[in-house]
Write a protein that binds this ligand. Structure first.
Ligand code: ATP
Length: 217
């Protein structure tokens, strides 16, 4: 599903965020991406979503070289990804339902089918009873679960999450981790970047560890 082959990423004016990174993630795998702050975790996820492009090397997602895609092909490619990134904020002027509906409205789904999918996604993250609430009325953990519902409403085969449990207490973080496990169980590939070494520990997932932009042993 994901193949990195000798990937280097250098940001101007010469910061090496990733150096000679090669690995593969198979269909349906759950992988935790670990490493210190600044190790290159976010950069790695951004390369998969083609938010950034590799300086050299290739990033294949489902056999497609996403670093070489034309700009106009990106929205189609990203429709198959569920992104839970810190800069993708919730819309605070829309309800819980409205936030999850947005990606389907943009994709031009018929409203009836879209509403069904929105409720199914909210149900998966335990927020169906809050569909009419505004995001401001949700706790931090509920807001994070709402972000997950929005990311999965398109039914992507691959979920990418960047520090999805930042600012959550350990119990709430464990709830969020369990939701990712549920998606993994039904065959979705999940790649979660986190500084929290204890998260998922009892679930023993595969770990990829970055150290100053290099894969650690
Ligand atoms: N757009 C950018 N321009 C220049 N340098 C960048 C950019 N994005 C990241 N970097 C640098 O690349 C390195 C890796 O950053 P990255 O955000 O990928 O690490 P991270 O492991 O996700 O860190 P954190 O856990 O703190 O989010 C850091 O030195 C960072 O300062």
């Amino acid at each position: 599903m994901i193949q990195f082959d000798r990937v280097f990423k250098r940001y101007p004016p010469g910061i090496d965020a990733l150096s000679d990174v090669s690995f593969e993630v198979g269909d349906g795998e759950l992988v935790v991406l670990g490493g210190h702050s600044g190790a290159g975790k976010s950069t790695l996820l951004k390369l998969i979503a083609a938010i950034e492009r590799p300086t050299t090397g290739s990033v294949l997602v489902n056999g497609q070289n996403v670093g070489a895609l034309k700009r106009r092909a990106l929205p189609f490619m990203r429709r198959n990804l569920g992104l839970i990134f810190q800069d993708q904020k919730l819309l605070f002027d829309r309800s819980v339902f409205g936030n999850v509906m947005l990606p389907l409205s943009i994709a031009g789904f018929p409203p009836g089918e879209a509403a069904k999918r929105v409720r199914a996604a909210l149900d998966k993250v335990g927020l169906l009873a809050r569909e009419k609430a505004m995001p401001i009325a949700l706790s931090g953990g509920e807001q994070q679960r709402l972000a997950i519902a929005r990311a999965v409403v398109n039914r992507p085969k691959l979920l990418l999450a960047d520090e999805p449990t930042a600012h959550l207490d350990s119990e709430t973080a464990a709830d969020v981790a369990r939701i990712f496990m549920e998606f993994h169980r039904v065959g979705v590939s999940v790649l979660v970047a986190t500084c929290d070494a204890g998260l998922f520990a009892d679930l023993a997932p595969r770990r990829i560890l970055l150290d100053h932009g290099r894969l650690a042993a």
